[in-house]
Design a protein. Structure first.
Length: 247
């Protein structure tokens, strides 16, 4: 079994690759004794602030959301012993939000006379710019990025056309996922959309293929079957690993 860690950044509340976590519990016999304690939001915020000040010695203004998302950088890089959890999920927010620059996630449809771009410009993009690179740079500087697979994703993309609220709606036909470390290529883009960003034009990747790629990088056969609670055989993935993204 591979010793790699998976860190999954979720832009929205729904967990589309959650099957990876569930299947890992089934495949790994000693999961229970090797699982890590639950890290609370408050603990992550404290750890995130402490770690941020070490990585960024210059005084910076950090709100609670940034601190909570920086926490995993500290937790992951400081405690990578054999008894740590192999899967760490980081939610952007505890609600789908989308109507405020003060709280909430990426559900920015323009409801209640709000607008998507001013909200993500003031809230979502700055938080992402501060947290995601910090985690990746920190893992890389400690020589841990090759052992840690980071995924930054939501469950779908956004409509290529602006809606009546001057915002965008759900669009699962074409969207982007970021992968870093864990055996994937650096500075590389896989797949191409059409000119409108509406549909894949080259090398499309299904969610099942993404899950299969994660399993492959962890040393788990993507064709493995596990048993459900009703003793029904279930494939952990129906996709194929995307070999073109591997280093």
């Amino acid at each position: 079994m591979s010793s790699k860690i998976v860190v999954l950044f979720l832009l929205l509340v729904l967990l589309t690759i959650g099957g990876a976590v569930w299947a890992r519990r089934s495949v790994t016999q000693d999961f229970a004794k090797n699982s890590a304690p639950v890290i609370t939001k408050q603990a992550a915020m404290i750890a995130g602030y402490q770690h941020w000040t070490k990585v960024n010695p210059e005084p910076v203004q950090m709100d609670q959301q940034v601190a909570a998302m920086c926490g995993p950088a500290y937790i992951i890089t400081s405690n990578l012993g054999p008894h740590q959890a192999k899967f760490i999920t980081v939610y952007f927010s505890d609600s789908i939000g989308g109507q405020s620059t003060e709280a909430g996630g990426w559900d920015t449809h323009g409801f209640n006379n709000t607008r998507m771009y001013p909200i993500i410009e003031k809230r979502h993009l700055p938080i992402t710019d501060q947290t995601l690179p910090t985690l990746l740079n920190d893992l890389d500087s400690r020589g841990l990025l090759d052992e840690t697979l980071v995924l930054w994703m939501g469950e779908f993309g956004r409509t290529p056309r602006i809606n009546a609220n001057v915002s965008r709606d759900h669009w699962p036909q074409c969207y982007t996922v970021l992968l870093a470390g864990g055996g994937v290529r650096r500075g590389f883009t896989y797949g191409v959309s059409d000119k409108n960003g509406a549909y894949p034009a080259k090398d499309p990747v299904r969610p099942d293929d993404l899950a299969a790629t994660v399993f492959y990088l962890l040393g788990i056969d993507p064709a493995t079957q596990v048993k459900s609670l009703g003793d029904r055989p279930v494939n952990i993935s129906d996709g194929k690993p995307v070999m073109g993204v591997l280093a």
